[in-house]
Each structure stands twice: as C-alpha cells, then as structure tokens.
Design a protein. Structure first.
Length: 122
C-alpha cells in the first residue's frame, strides 16, 4: 500500500509543471460564482437600518409633531377669539364709523362765532 502511494507521488512530482499549468488554466477558464442581486446581505442590512430609522422617526418625532400641531391649533383658536373680541367688542366698526361722522355733523358747534368775540379795547 505504501509502495502505491510513493508511485503516485512520484508521478505527480515528475509531471508537476504540466499539473500546475493545468490547474492555472482551469482556474482562469472556470466561471466564478456571481453574487446574486448585488450582495443580498449588504442590501438587507441597509434596508433593516432604514426601517429602524423610519420607525424611530415615526414613533418619537411623529408623536412630538402631533402634539405641536395640536398646540398650534389651540393657539390659533385663542388668537382668533382675541381678534374677534377686539373687532366686535373693543373696537366695533359701527361705533368707529359713528365716531368718525360725529365731528362733521357738529363741526359748526365746536367753532366759536367770530361776531361773539369780546372786545378787549386795544
């Protein structure tokens, strides 16, 4: 058994140049395995990371944005109520227009009559 093994190794040693050339040719000719879909492992990792970021934004920042939106809606309601108060109660347009018209009507009553001046004797 040991003799057969020595014979095989001897044959390989004698034909080593041909065997090396044959291995090199086969290595260059045989096709290499292609990664399917551009490296599925890397894309899966990127997609998982993007999903995690999306969940974090939706859960944390989305909740805060909803609270801010509700607060801004409340502030808008308060500003509208104050504006309505000023337009209808504090400075009503009808009363302002009446006040604008009053001096025109009573303009003659506010001016002194030039004939009624007292003579100072000078």
């Amino acid at each position: 058994m040991l003799g057969i093994f020595h014979q095989i190794l001897g044959w390989f040693w004698e034909h080593r140049k041909v065997l090396v050339a044959l291995v090199l040719i086969l290595a260059m000719v045989t096709p290499r395995p292609a990664p399917a879909q551009f490296g599925v492992g890397i894309i899966a990792i990127i997609v998982a990371a993007l999903n995690a970021i999306n969940q974090a934004l939706t859960a944390v920042i989305g909740g805060a944005l909803q609270i801010m939106n509700q607060t801004l809606g409340t502030i808008d309601g308060i500003v509208s109520a104050v504006q309505n108060l000023f337009q209808n109660v504090v400075y009503p347009p009808a009363a302002i227009n009446r006040a604008r018209g009053t001096p025109r009507v009573g303009h003659g009553f506010l001016q002194p009559d030039p004939d009624d001046r007292e003579d100072t004797g000078e």
